[in-house]
Design a protein around this ligand. Structure first.
Ligand SMILES: NC(=O)c1ccc[n+]([C@@H]2O[C@H](COP(=O)([O-])OP(=O)(O)OC[C@H]3O[C@@H](n4cnc5c(N)ncnc54)[C@H](OP(=O)(O)O)[C@@H]3O)[C@@H](O)[C@H]2O)c1
Length: 337
């Protein structure tokens, strides 16, 4: 089969298509012939060597949708031929509050979806909703799950609340916007691009500020008005963390799913206790989060936001687009069967 195999860490050009053996299903597994895969920032971190426990060579990719072609022992053989998408959250475990020690994400250490075929546990496949194209189905899993758990399961966003979503061009951020709107929240965004703020308005955001402007914190306080910000959904961390503590209203909630900007060394800790803030961390989500998220995208009322679809052979180009923050929504790889 064709697959993009990472042999060496480095620039996007390390991602090239080559011929490798098709995976065989082990006990409890199915093999899925992929029609589309999607990128996540995680893939970039791994390629650049900025991820824990990297093993090489590896086929990257956590997101995928396709048709089941084989089943291993212990899996119902009638699944062969089913159109599915993959929950990349492997071995979450039995605790809704936190993932198990054996938890891992498809695409490292297990080979992922930048390929014609992938082997995954049978319990991680879900019927592809009929209203979604292959590309849309592949765009959803990792980012949709992360956003759902952040906005609903952790922050418990309610109708009428004000929600700030940072870096709206990001894959998770776009899902968070849709899910928060669906919950009836008033959404504000930040972005490094005015055009992306306009796109966010089209998706239902009330307003936004460009984080490249020096006075963005002040501007955000102005546009959110007297109600302030009830919930901040953030995947950037770094120097933004203190700004987020500043813009959240007293008694507000901050839910963190990532740290694209790295660690933070200028946190005004006083803001956390004086403002009685709730700070939640979140990672991926449980099978129950996944099912509830998928239900949202199984109706025609919301569709995942796709930035672009490129062929598998253009994985390097797609990685460049992500690293340069050019995208709005998900970068998808179309895979010729
Ligand atoms: N915990 C988990 O389970 C989990 C799951 C998924 C992702 N993550 C992490 O969450 C982060 C986002 O992931 P993703 O896949 O959504 O990435 P992505 O699609 O690459 O989005 C990253 C976005 O960050 C924004 N950004 C960059 N600099 C910023 C700044 N100074 N202030 C505000 N926003 C800024 C940009 O938004 P604009 O383009 O609008 O400027 C960019 O599009 C990554 O660090 C990833 O590793 C964690």
């Amino acid at each position: 089969m064709k697959a993009v195999v990472l042999h060496e860490l480095g620039e996007p050009e390390k991602l090239n298509v080559e011929n490798v053996a098709e995976p065989e299903p082990k006990e409890g597994e199915v093999v899925v012939q992929l029609h589309a895969a999607a990128l996540n920032r995680r893939d970039v971190w791994i390629r650049r060597g900025r991820y824990a426990n990297i093993k090489l060579p590896i086929i990257l990719g956590s997101d995928g949708a396709g048709i089941v072609t084989a089943t291993g022992n212990g899996v119902n053989a009638s699944l062969v031929g089913k159109e599915v998408l993959i929950n990349p959250c492997l071995a979450w475990g039995g605790d809704e509050r936190v993932q198990d020690n054996n938890f891992r994400i498809l695409g490292l250490p297990d080979n992922g979806t930048y390929a014609n075929y992938v082997a995954v546990p049978g319990e991680n496949i879900y019927e592809k909703p009929g209203n979604l194209s292959w590309e849309e189905a592949a765009a959803i899993p990792l980012a949709g799950l992360t956003a759902y758990r952040a906005v609903i399961s952790r922050a418990d966003v309610q109708s009428g609340q004000t929600v700030l979503i940072t870096g709206i061009g990001g894959g998770v951020a776009c899902f968070a916007l849709q899910i928060a709107r669906k919950a009836g929240a008033r959404v504000f965004v930040t972005s490094g691009s005015d055009k992306k703020i306009d796109r966010a308005r089209e998706l239902g955001a009330e307003d936004g500020v460009n984080y490249k402007n020096d006075n963005w914190r002040q501007k955000l306080k102005e546009i959110s008005g007297e109600s302030g910000i009830d919930v901040v959904v953030d995947g950037t961390g770094g120097e933004n963390f203190d700004a987020i503590l500043d813009v959240a209203k007293p008694g507000g909630t901050i839910v963190m799913y990532g740290a694209t900007l790295g660690p933070s060394d200028n946190v005004t800790v006083r803001r956390i206790f004086w403002k009685q803030l709730n700070i939640f961390g979140t990672t991926m989500g449980s099978p129950s989060d996944f099912e509830k998220m998928l239900e949202l995208y199984s109706s025609d009322t919301i569709k995942p936001v796709i930035d672009s679809v490129m062929p598998l052979a253009d994985a390097a180009k797609a990685h460049h687009r992500m690293e340069d923050a050019e995208q709005f929504g998900k970068l998808v790889l179309g895979i010729e069967p």
